[in-house]
Design a protein around this ligand. Structure first.
Ligand code: NAD
Length: 544
């Protein structure tokens, strides 16, 4: 029986360090980057606490300096998937019964390790592996992970305290919050180190055992996250680390009868493929797998003519180009009234021109490289298309160079076609498309925002006119799971803005909240009667 008698301390968000010149964190981070860069590591698969080496190797390279090899990792195949499922199911017997306070203590200890000495390793590995600047690495890899760990223990406590409202005299009603009967498959994307950590830790905290497949381009930083799980005392077999190709690993995991849940973040197409595989195997499972997925986005900004133009310009720059636009929440399509455009254009382009791009070890760089050759090719194809289009014009950037690293300039496309391809499709790179509308068409433009893309992840409205803001908020009720008023549409913080979207953007189970954790338990209702009846008849049957 899980209960909530122990008190988990109420968390506060981990303070974000500034890395300003002269700070100790800046010196520590720089030195850790040098240490990691000077070694080539070999990353094993971890199954049941054992290091497994298949010899089928993938490479780990620095996106902003792709000749630099950080190391190689062993890829899992069918045999390792089978071993991992066996190890997980073995661990399930004791982990699923462990008191929840003990599980919470392990994950809170991991947060404490990150705070005390793990922080610079996880940040430096994220900088090298995913080409993030110091600030982006700090908010993702260490701070968000610490928050996920501490806040989820707090939310678990709230969840476990949920009990039936009433037990009449002579009986006791209660709820037992059981873990799922089977294993959870956690599949993580390249772009946030903490997402990999949370996709894994959240179900494990609730008593589940996990197979974790990180994105091949993020195995390096995920390996350091896995080391933290081990250091914190997660028992062998509870989290099994099985990097490898999605096509090889995925189907072998998904067809197993013990699959109890999928915790996915990544593209819509991959998620839909996984869901189909589950559908095809539906009669083989012991229970219906819980399917939780946060997927793509085409995040919008709609500005009213009453907008604060200076602040809007900054929100557009940060929203679209931080981490090279490779956030699921990155601003990607913007609707600007024609009457404020001349002033906004000048202010926006002045800021874009001031952006420096290059190696994240040079802290003056705001932007760095995109993740790999395939992302570089797909993003630059959109840019080349805009160069040739008659209904689009590039007004900033448009250049790119993959000679040393995968660098793409912050690119702005202006279009008079609200359905131009870069207004509709997820690009996942530093490309912002702007459509200018007549301020008289405010209402019709809200409809355009709502209907242009299949996604509904994040979006923002700008304006000082409260009627207009309210109208946008109402008309766009289902257009975004995270909606911002006079702010950029990215930068959600655990405990402050639970994150996730609907429509093609996912199941909207809100990472970093109690609503996500509820997916990883399956409740048993227990009614205990203290004085059970001893005669089958009821009073209404008495005709005398
Ligand atoms: P991706 O879909 O290419 O890969 C995600 C993961 O799925 C990787 O681990 C990959 O190896 C794995 N995979 C691929 N094919 C598989 C298969 N057949 N079976 C099982 N696993 C398989 O995504 P990515 O390029 O790593 O990340 C970018 C995408 O993630 C973007 O679409 C972005 O919007 C999305 N994303 C969404 C959120 C969110 O919260 N909504 C957050 C971050 C990223």
């Amino acid at each position: 029986m899980q209960n909530a008698k122990a008190m988990v301390p109420k968390p506060v968000n981990e303070p974000v360090l500034s890395y300003a010149p002269g700070t100790p964190e800046r010196a520590a981070l720089k030195s850790r980057i040098q240490e990691l860069k000077s070694q080539e590591i070999e990353v094993p698969i971890i199954i049941g606490g054992q290091e497994i080496k298949t010899g089928d190797m993938g490479e780990m390279r620095i996106p902003h300096d792709h000749n630099h090899l950080l190391g190689r990792f062993h890829k899992a195949g069918e045999k390792e998937v089978k071993m991992a499922i066996e190890a997980a199911m073995d661990a399930w017997s004791s982990w699923s019964k462990m008191p929840w306070e003990s599980r919470a203590a392990i994950f809170n200890k991991m947060a404490s390790i990150l705070q005390r000495h793990g922080e610079q390793t996880i940040n430096a590995s994220t900088i090298l592996c995913q080409s993030k600047n110091a600030y982006q690495a700090e908010i993702d890899a260490s701070c968000e992970m610490i928050d996920f760990l501490n806040f989820n223990s707090w939310y678990a406590q709230q969840l476990y305290s949920q009990q039936p409202t009433y037990s009449p005299d002579g009986m006791w009603n209660r709820l037992e919050h059981r873990p799922l009967e089977g294993f959870v498959f956690a599949v993580s994307p390249f772009n946030f180190t903490s997402i990999g950590g949370n996709l894994t830790a959240a179900p494990a905290l609730m008593g589940n055992v996990v197979l974790w497949k990180p994105a091949s381009s993020a195995v390096y930083s995920s390996h350091f996250m896995m080391n933290l799980f081990r250091e914190a005392g997660v028992p062998n077999g509870v989290i099994n680390f099985i990097p490898g190709s999605g096509r090889d690993v995925g189907p072998n995991v998904l067809k197993d009868p013990n699959l109890a849940g999928i915790h996915f973040t990544g593209s819509t197409a991959v998620f839909q493929g996984m869901w189909k595989t589950v559908g095809e195997n539906i009669s083989n499972y012991k229970s219906y797998p819980r399917i939780v997925g946060e997927t793509g986005g085409k995040d919008f900004c709609i500005a009213h003519e009453s907008s604060d133009v200076d602040a809007l310009a900054t929100a557009m720059v940060r929203g679209a180009f931080e981490y090279q636009g490779q956030k699921c929440s990155a601003l990607s399509r913007t609707y600007i009234p024609k009457n404020i455009w001349p002033e906004l254009k000048e202010k926006y382009l002045a800021q874009v021109k001031a952006i420096k791009m290059g190696d994240p070890e040079d802290f003056s760089n705001f932007m760095n490289a995109v993740i790999d050759q395939s992302a570089f090719d797909s993003i630059t194809a959109y840019i080349d298309g805009a160069k040739k289009a008659t209904d689009a014009e590039i007004i900033s950037g448009g250049n790119y160079d993959d000679a040393k690293g995968y660098f793409i300039e912050p690119t702005t496309i202006l279009t008079d076609n609200p359905k131009y391809i870069t207004m509709c499709e997820e690009i996942f790179g530093p490309v912002l498309t702007i459509y200018l509308y007549d301020p008289k068409d405010w209402k019709a433009t809200l409809d355009l925002v709502d209907t242009t893309s299949p996604y509904a992840l994040t979006g923002c409205v700008w304006g000082q006119d409260r009627e207009a803001v309210n109208e946008a908020s109402q008309r766009l009720t289902h257009a975004a799971g995270n909606f911002y008023i006079n702010d950029k549409p990215s930068g959600a913080v655990v405990g402050q803005q639970p994150f996730g979207g609907s429509r093609a953007s996912g199941t909207n189970d809100k990472a970093g909240s109690m609503f996500n954790l509820v997916r990883w338990i399956t409740m048993r209702t227990i009614k205990e009667t203290f004085d059970p009846p001893k005669d089958f008849s009821y009073p209404f049957m008495d005709e005398t």
